[in-house]
Design a protein around this ligand. Structure first.
Ligand code: CP
Ligand code: NVA
Length: 308
């Protein structure tokens, strides 16, 4: 059966653990090779990944491109504005056609229903490069980064500050799969989009919803935030004012554990969701987090092709 990666539960806990182990091994094995050189086993030689972007991207775009290259394959990019998708060709027809040329499809889009439709009609793996609902590829990289920085995932206390968005949803989904806890501080009115809470709780994760930023970060191992205004939501009225009490700054970080780490999927808005002093400070692991998108994408691709 074709393996799609639309959400973390498509892979499940065991596969995610295997993906993280594979990413750690491949990262260690590459050493100082030039970025464009293939891994010695080149397991995806001859494979092509088609990437469709209906929203902007830097990390997802570059890391998937380099990931498939390092696995021995290649990628091509379709922008919605210059492909027939932008002129109304259906998702279903696009999926059928690209499946005749490429070996896998990664799509970044708005409505999650679009990626489900793509997967329904594609005969090759479809990967979620971010939708309004979720960002599973980001969270594979985040889990890898936490482990790399000495954090054992079961029982970990993760604090989320700010907007209730797609990245948070995938963190909550991961908490249910890997069994860590999430304390979520989101202002009133901005938690409507939060998903996966019930299923994570049923799986044994403690998911706390609070309006108090200090309560969320007290004793936390990891402090996470993201932009207050996600792509496609730019017209939100007076949101920044409501979000300001949830800014991650030095005073808030001081309430977390002394060895707590700060994470952010990026791009960041310094002075909004996080201060420059935190993002550039000693507790920030954001550059490792960004690098790990590359290593995580490789493990996601290998899982999709049944090689993990
Ligand atoms: N974190 C992330 O997905 O970044 P891009 O929007 O640059 O891909
Ligand atoms: N929540 C952000 C994540 C960007 C990687 C957005 O959807 O714009």
């Amino acid at each position: 059966m074709t393996r799609h990666f639309l959400n973390l539960s498509d892979a499940g806990a065991d596969a995610i653990a295997a993906m993280i182990n594979d990413a750690i091994d491949r990262k260690a094995a590459r050493g100082d090779w030039p970025r464009g050189k293939a891994d010695s086993d080149a397991p995806l030689a001859g494979h092509t990944l088609a990437m469709i972007f209906e929203k902007n991207s830097t990390r997802t775009r570059v890391s998937f491109d380099m990931a498939i290259r390092q696995l021995g394959g290649s990628s091509l990019i379709l922008d919605a504005g210059t492909s027939q998708l932008g002129r109304g060709e259906t998702i279903a027809d696009t999926a059928r056609v690209i499946s005749r040329y490429a070996d896998a499809i990664m799509i970044r889009t708005d409505d999650h229903a679009k990626i489900e439709e793509m997967a329904e009609h594609a005969s090759v793996p479809v990967i979620n490069g971010l939708t309004d609902l979720s960002h599973p590829c980001q969270i594979v990289a985040d889990l890898l980064t936490m482990i790399e920085h000495g954090k054992a995932l079961p029982g970990l206390e993760v604090a989320w500050l700010g907007d209730g968005n797609n990245v948070l949803n995938s963190i909550i989904e991961a908490a249910g799969l890997v069994k860590f806890n999430v304390r979520i501080a989101v202002p009133d009115g901005y938690d409507r989009e939060i998903e996966f809470v019930e299923s994570a709780r049923e799986s044994g994760a403690a998911i706390t919803l609070t309006r108090d930023a200090g309560e969320a970060v007290a004793g936390a191992d990891i402090v996470v935030t993201d932009t207050w205004v996600s792509m496609g939501q730019e017209n939100t009225h007076n949101k920044l004012g409501a979000m300001m009490p949830y800014q991650v700054n030095d005073a808030l970080m001081a309430q977390a554990k002394p060895d707590a780490k700060f994470m952010h999927c990026l791009p960041a808005h310094r002075g909004e969701e996080v201060t420059g002093s935190v993002i550039d400070g000693a507790q920030s692991i954001i550059w490792d987090e960004a690098e790990n998108r590359l290593h995580a994408q490789k493990s996601i691709l290998l899982w999709c092709f049944g090689l993990i």
